[in-house]
Ligand binder design. Sequence first.
Ligand SMILES: NC(=O)c1ccc[n+]([C@@H]2O[C@H](COP(=O)([O-])OP(=O)(O)OC[C@H]3O[C@@H](n4cnc5c(N)ncnc54)[C@H](O)[C@@H]3O)[C@@H](O)[C@H]2O)c1
Length: 272
Amino acid sequence: MHSKTRQEPLRRLLLTGAAGALGRVLREGLKPCAQVLRLSDIAAMAPAGAAEEVVVCDLADKQAVDRLVAGCDAIVHMGGVSVERPFEEVLEANIRGSFHLYEGARRHGVRRVVFASSNHVVGFHDTCDRLDADCARRPDGYYGLSKSFGEDLSRFYFDRYGIETACLRIGSAYPQPQDQRMLSTWMSYADLTALVQRCLAVEQLGHTIVYGASANPSAWWDNGKAEHLGFVPRDSSAQFAATAALPGFAPGSPEARYQGGSFVTRGPFETP
Ligand SMILES: NC(=O)c1ccc[n+]([C@@H]2O[C@H](COP(=O)([O-])OP(=O)(O)OC[C@H]3O[C@@H](n4cnc5c(N)ncnc54)[C@H](O)[C@@H]3O)[C@@H](O)[C@H]2O)c1
């Protein structure tokens, strides 16, 4: 059963990570969702266009994030370290950064966040496993741990303060699948945009875990517990599987066995 759709567009929507791959896609795709889009990243972004504001901000800087969040009525949080990296880098951008963002949301009355979580919160599940929103989290590295923290953080801010969040466990959002694994994890940019739009539009979001994937034939994830979003993926990796000379992992390797793929063996970054 779908929750109702809100009719009013948001006044000001904050998009973090706006200089990144998905941020640049959403900068276009979220235009209809708000009267003003506030775009932010630590990196340089294209200058502000009509109905846009551009703010360079390090998520690790608490005061700067507080100013960034002021005046917004919702946040799409894409910013942060997006691959496996040494713990200290992940700590600053993802763990401290997400905390600063939610504190800003609490202080300034922001009611809704769409949080870019990741499939790497469940990366140590076997590729034979079929997962839904209630499966155990099995992060596959510091990056996955930071996203798992973000999911707990958002749950806490919902339980305590009623700030709604959708945690998007994004699979692989790329123009097209780049390896065999992505035939299961791929999410088209159009499906990602539609999912974020639904999370902003739905009247009651609550605290929702949803997997970010297109309607792939070899899917590992079940979004049955997020049906209230009314999100129906339109694309599928099937169109690429037929022509696939896509690279794969060695049979029997940990990368082939676990859903997290190459992330399960990345690091450690410090020598003994
Ligand atoms: N692309 C995917 O398939 C995928 C899959 C799972 C999850 N995600 C998540 O979605 C989000 C966007 O992914 P992406 O592929 O666009 O990644 P990306 O690396 O291209 O973009 C992330 C952006 O965050 C910014 N950033 C990093 N540290 C920051 C800091 N301290 N302060 C402010 N900004 C900072 C970077 O400059 C970058 O522009 C990320 O949170 C990522 O973890 C993406």
